[in-house]
Design a protein. Structure first.
Length: 331
């Protein structure tokens, strides 16, 4: 629909869709910057259980693929695993932010991740074309793990079938990316030592895979606005910090945030240009984070980078109208 307005002897046509064209043009520098780059996205939190958020997530990932990026999705399935364990009468227990996983619980974890969560996510992505292919860390030895022990108050704690990644083979994932596909990876891995399958924290798995792939960005979806500067006394979000600044903060973080931020730290110290924790409760948060100046989470960068790639607008520094301490707010 359009309307015609007359000014003097000439006439101009005002198109109501023009703002959409301007938005696309404004995204062009970002598209140019990120073209051909690998982005590893950890899918989790409310985005996994809310139907509208799941649909928006799938749209975002497919958009990245068609925009010339190479997205890889790594997922866990905490809410779904807990629900299924309840159905089987198996109690859920967490220590140091990680799920204690008995052999019986591991059977459920494997079933839920590979047979339920991954299948649904692949289906959502493939509504937009034959793009997504599911695999687990077991497949083609993509991830190899050993038993992980947590430290609580200085004590070594056995978490059962919880794995710590010892090796990544990117061959299968790279082959899928080179074929134009979107790999969707479940965070379970087999041990080369005892042959058992282990439950690997999805934040940790995504970080390890991002580093092994030489990804430009690791994005971790979560249920908070980002890393809070002084929680619970303030809800100001830290918009960016260096690896060393993050390392100093780790002992003060809540147990649920520790694996996420440790993953970000590992990524940027092993070749990933930046790692971001973003609010998965915001529809299209991935596109907002990658293709606009209005960052909506916390970015972690390697030490020594004053102006890391992806932090400033491709056309110049960020607008001074934006309070850096508020960039993590929801929109």
């Amino acid at each position: 629909m359009s309307t015609t307005t007359t000014s003097g002897s000439g006439s101009t046509r005002k198109h109501t869709a023009l703002p959409k064209a301007r938005t696309l043009v404004e995204a062009l520098p970002w598209l140019t910057r990120h073209h051909g780059k690998t982005v590893v996205i950890k899918f989790g939190g409310n985005a996994m259980v809310d139907d509208d958020l799941k649909a928006a997530f799938a749209q975002d990932v497919v958009f990245l693929r068609h925009a010339g990026l190479r997205p890889v999705v790594v997922h866990g399935g905490g809410p779904q695993i807990s629900a299924q364990l309840d159905r089987f009468g198996i109690a859920s227990e967490f220590k140091a932010g990680l799920r204690v996983t008995t052999p019986e619980a591991m059977d459920v974890v494997r079933m839920v991740l590979a047979g339920q969560v991954q299948r649904e996510l692949v289906g959502l992505l493939n509504r937009h074309g034959p793009l997504a292919v599911g695999l687990t860390g077991e497949d083609a030895h993509t991830m190899t793990a050993t038993r992980h022990y947590a430290r609580i108050d200085g004590e070594r704690v056995d978490l059962g079938r919880v794995g710590e990644i010892t090796a990544i083979d990117t061959g299968a994932v790279q082959a899928l990316l080179d074929n134009g596909r979107i790999p969707v990876v479940s965070s379970i891995a087999r041990s080369a030592e005892d042959g058992h399958v282990y439950n690997v924290n999805a934040d940790t798995a995504a970080a390890a895979l991002a580093a092994a792939l030489g990804a430009e960005t690791l994005m971790v979806l979560t249920d908070v606005e980002g890393l809070y500067a002084d929680w619970p006394h303030s809800d100001d979000v830290i918009s960016r910090l260096t690896a060393s600044e993050l390392e100093a903060l780790l002992p003060e973080l809540s147990s649920g945030m520790v694996p996420k931020m440790e993953g970000c730290l590992h990524a940027v110290r092993n070749g990933v240009a930046n790692a971001r924790v973003i609010d998965g409760r915001v529809q299209h948060s991935i596109l907002l984070e990658i293709f606009t100046d209005e960052g909506i989470g916390t970015m972690v960068v390697p030490d020594g980078l004053e102006s890391p790639d992806g932090l400033e607008s491709p056309d110049g520094p960020e607008s001074t109208d934006t309070d850096a301490d508020q960039l993590g707010g929801t929109s």
